[in-house]
Ligand binder design. Structure first.
Ligand SMILES: Cc1cc2nc3c(=O)[nH]c(=O)nc-3n(C[C@H](O)[C@H](O)[C@H](O)COP(=O)(O)OP(=O)(O)OC[C@H]3O[C@@H](n4cnc5c(N)ncnc54)[C@H](O)[C@@H]3O)c2cc1C
Length: 421
């Protein structure tokens, strides 16, 4: 008899499973894909070094995954050295960040960080917030980028309070790091030795006060004394899983209060670099792409590889096109930023997370008025079925790998308590 079934072998799932195995329980992880990692997905066929198609960066020094990175013996490189390595396009093509910010109209927007760091009396949308601040012109473009560069949604859907509670300001202003050996190596380290049944696509979950029964699309059944769901919010919202009894109203409301937005990455390897040597990233207020980055920034003698990162409406628009059309459009856009150079592309990979049936989006943010939704989704209010996954993160920056890790630890503690183990 299995003691605990963990649904999903992403960061939250492997973290929870390892903890429960270490506590002496018999644990089975059910995973729809044929690999570990979920939204951590490292490619090794674009060039002879690992490239991230999913989660890429460790955000800041507070990430709870740092001890695991060290224990796994992994090395990291810094993502950027700040303003001197960053370009910004406020609608007139890429300019170095200090140059773009030298415009007096932009100065007005600097106060946004202070304003967002102070508690807001009422939750409002990002659009309402920007209007209330009175930003115009370049200041407005900058303010809009604060909300939509990372979050995959539009200004009306993004709630200010969720933005603050989720720690997005910390994410946007902290120093980030890439794992040289690949983010998947961190998952492999944590997931080493746990029992995973790959290709098990969960369809129904029955929860009781003393156990759970889980079935896949073909009716195969796995039962256990307890379970942890790490299913992404997109999968839960989509209705792909039936719960018996139905989930409590508080959880269903919490799911409606989050948006699992589209995120798409186009990874491009070029014959030679046509961007300045010191470039880490280009932030774009307009055009088809939200952000470009130099994947091997900080890695001496590395490959000319750029990632085009696209969120929200821009990602949804690109997802409508064929792969070749996306590449053509992105190459045209790159010409706008870097008119010189050959831009001869040798290899590319397009990964659209909203089209992925086991993610159904990149990551979540909270709508206006959704304060506390992550805690409500996380609540252990469904008998022996507990809840983890990045969407339930409240201690770390939400919707990140470190957030998922923290939820795996939290949910495994809840299981241990429920089983008196
Ligand atoms: C493009 C992109 C870039 C990102 N960049 C960063 C970054 O730089 N830094 C960062 O910290 N975070 C980043 N994130 C977010 C990060 O990837 C996630 O928050 C984190 O990996 C989520 O982990 P998880 O275990 O909660 O969920 P997941 O990794 O999604 O794991 C859930 C698992 O459940 C499985 N599953 C789904 N449906 C079923 C089913 N029906 N039956 C069985 N199994 C199922 C999935 O296959 C998956 O393996 C990024 C995400 C994306 C998409």
């Amino acid at each position: 008899m299995t003691d605990v079934v963990v649904v999903g072998a992403g960061m939250a799932g492997v973290t929870a499973a390892r903890r429960l195995v270490r506590a002496g329980l018999r644990v089975l992880v059910l995973e729809a894909r044929q690999r570990l990692g979920g939204r951590v997905y490292t490619l090794r066929d674009v060039c002879n070094a690992p490239i991230e198609a999913g989660a890429e960066l460790i955000h800041g020094p507070r990430a709870q995954t740092w001890p695991e990175v060290r224990e796994a013996g992994l090395s990291v490189r810094r993502n950027s050295h700040g303003a001197t390595a960053t370009m910004i396009d406020l609608g007139e093509g890429g300019r170095w960040l200090p140059l773009a910010l030298a415009h007096p109209q932009a100065w007005h927007a600097f106060g946004i960080f202070r304003r967002l760091a102070t508690p807001q009396p009422h939750d409002i949308s990002a659009r309402h917030f920007i209007e209330r601040c009175g930003y115009r012109g370049r200041a407005r473009s900058l303010a809009e980028m604060v909300f939509t560069s990372h979050l995959p949604g539009n200004l009306d859907d993004i709630g200010i309070q969720g933005f603050i509670d989720d720690g997005i300001l910390e994410l946007e202003t902290s120093t980030d790091y890439r794992i040289n050996e690949g983010h998947d190596k961190l998952i492999e380290h944590i997931g080493n030795g746990i029992q995973v049944e790959f290709g098990f696509v969960v369809r129904t979950m029955e929860w009781f006060e003393d156990g759970v029964v889980i079935r896949d699309v073909a009716g195969h059944e796995r039962s256990a004394r307890a379970a942890i769901s790490t299913l992404p919010a997109g999968v839960l919202q989509n209705g792909a899983i039936s719960f018996r009894p139905e989930l409590p109203e508080a959880k269903r409301t919490a799911l409606r209060q989050m948006v699992m937005g589209p995120v798409l990455k186009l990874i491009m390897r070029f014959e030679e670099p046509f961007w300045p040597r010191r470039l880490a990233a280009v932030y774009c207020a307009s055009g088809p792409i939200t952000l470009y980055w130099n994947v091997f920034y900080g890695a001496g003698g590395a490959m000319p590889v750029l990632t085009a990162y696209c969120t929200g409406a821009r990602a949804a628009a690109l997802a409508e096109l064929s792969e070749e059309e996306v590449v053509t459009r992105v190459l045209e856009d790159l010409r706008r930023h870097f008119p010189r150079g050959s831009r001869r592309i040798i290899a590319w990979r397009l990964v659209d997370w909203s089209g992925d049936p086991y993610a159904r989006g990149g990551y979540t943010f909270l709508r206006p008025g959704a304060r506390g939704a992550r805690a409500r989704l996380a609540a252990p209010d469904t008998g022996r079925l507990m809840w983890a996954g990045a969407e339930t993160a409240t201690e770390q920056i939400a919707a990140t790998v470190a957030g998922a890790y923290a939820t795996g630890l939290r949910a495994s503690s809840e299981v241990l308590e429920a089983l008196n183990a």
